[in-house]
Ligand binder design. Structure first.
Ligand code: SF4
Length: 447
């Protein structure tokens, strides 16, 4: 046995990258990395090539000297510079591998900063601990959402709103959830909301902080909401929803990502109860059309075998949907290690007439490729990082999730709800048909 482990093409991303995305979803907020310059450069590049939008991530730009003597002075100077340049309402500070390793006490430095430089106009500073060697971008994202709520929400009067903690979903997914809430007549606080700030319009002038994001005023009053709906079946023990429940008694409903019919039914039934309204006609009609299309397309995809990889919650949702349309997921894989992946897959497939897949957490693409070779696979579903493996095995890759670097519109892929399931169904079915045509010696003709 080798006395070491190495990662080959990781199936996860850097933890503060996830935190930066969550901070980007707050109105008038600048994400700020406490660490070396290279971390911010890497993350900006990575996020830009998925969203095709500019994103500024500030940095305390530590060098060798600060690695030895501590990064406190750099953090304080960086916060002053960001305040002067951007005039934000909030600065979201995430730590990096370097500052976690040298043991910078960020809460203490920020308390000192407040004493030394705080005025009535000083931006609020939210901080989150995100050592990347101990977690994934999803853990960073969830931790940032939790800290935003913990550090900004205050006790407030009941206001009849619903908090929607929707997790790391696409900008199209966020816009879809907003429409669903409007259709139900629900006044929702969706956190985080990067649907505009990371998928904005063409403008003549470049704004230092893009429009959009969850309003700070709405975050402050989340404790007065009627309830919180939080997406995810592999979430950590302490989440934003749990914080709201513990601090303010806000009723919490946790549910998996609404991907496919069963999970979407669960969400819509929940929203119907919370709003006291029937499911709007436009959505029942979409459900009906989806089922009709499944009947039409079943013959093309029934019995196909798939590998699904990526963020654990996304894989759980996609696997459940594939079982609904007759595709057998043979391998579920993720670089995350929540410890809840396997049980969540089993729960999502409960009562479905299908075999349980092999479920592997904490794996890389070397592992995924090795396992997939043994499993006779027809298609691969996941983000762009699996391209090399899919190409090598001559398998069609259906792109979902993040990051999608080798196609345009990755941020506009709709995964959620009946509309998302419809789009995924058409994409998957047509990909299978295309592969069959491409592999056929005669191709295709129609009389
Ligand atoms: S050093 Fe750590 S925090 Fe910085 S980019 Fe690399 S993994 Fe992320």
């Amino acid at each position: 046995m080798p006395s070491y482990t190495a990662t080959t093409n990781a199936c996860k991303l850097c933890k503060p990258l996830g935190a930066s995305l969550a901070f980007r979803g707050i109105e008038n907020c600048v994400p700020f990395l406490h660490g070396s310059q290279g971390c911010a450069t890497y993350m900006r590049r990575y996020i830009i090539s998925h969203f095709n939008e500019p994103i500024d991530i500030a940095s305390s730009a530590l060098g060798e000297k600060q690695a030895i003597y501590g990064g406190g002075p750099n953090l304080k100077l960086g916060l002053q510079n960001v305040t002067a340049k951007y005039a934000p309402k909030v600065i979201g500070v995430a730590t990096t591998c370097l500052t976690e390793t040298i043991g910078d006490n960020v809460p203490m430095i920020l308390a000192e900063y407040q004493k030394e430089f705080g005025t009535t106009n000083t931006p609020l500073v939210v901080h989150v601990s995100t050592p990347s060697y101990a977690g994934t971008h999803m853990e960073g994202f969830n931790a940032a959402v939790r800290e935003i709520i913990d550090q900004l929400a205050t006790d407030s009067e009941p206001n009849g709103t619903i908090n929607l903690l929707s997790g790391f979903i696409s900008t199209a997914d966020i816009r879809y959830l907003k429409d669903v809430c409007i259709d139900f007549g629900i006044n929702a606080t969706i956190l985080p909301d990067y649907s505009d700030s990371l998928d904005g319009q063409a403008l003549n002038d470049y704004p230092l902080i893009p429009e959009g994001g969850t309003p700070l005023a709405a975050i402050k009053t989340m404790g007065g909401a009627k309830a919180t709906v939080e997406f995810g079946s592999t979430l950590p023990a302490k989440t934003g929803g749990k914080v709201l429940e513990k601090k303010f008694g806000t009723k919490l409903h946790q549910t998996g990502l609404p991907i496919g019919i069963r999970a979407t039914d669960a969400l819509f039934n929940r929203l119907a109860k919370l709003s006291g309204k029937n499911i709007p006609m436009r959505h029942t009609a979409a459900r009906g059309r989806l089922i009709d299309s499944m009947v039409d397309g079943h013959k093309y995809i029934f019995g196909k075998r798939a590998v699904v990889y990526g963020e654990e919650d996304l894989v759980v949702g996609i696997t459940s949907f594939l079982a609904e349309i007759g595709i057998h997921t043979v391998l579920c894989a993720s670089g995350g290690k929540s410890g809840k992946f396997e049980s969540s897959i089993a729960a999502a497939l409960e009562d479905m007439d299908c075999e349980l897949p092999v479920v592997k957490e904490d794996v890389d693409f070397f592992d995924i490729e090795t396992m997939a070779k043994e499993l006779k696979v027809d298609l691969v579903i996941g983000h762009s990082k699996g391209y090399t493996f899919a190409r090598k095995e001559n398998l069609p890759l259906i792109r979902v999730g993040f990051p999608i670097h080798d196609r345009v519109g990755g941020q506009r892929i709709l995964h959620l709800g009946y509309h998302g399931a419809q789009a995924l169904f058409d994409l998957i079915t047509n990909t299978v048909i295309e592969k069959k045509q491409n592999d056929s010696p005669v191709g295709y003709s129609y009389m």
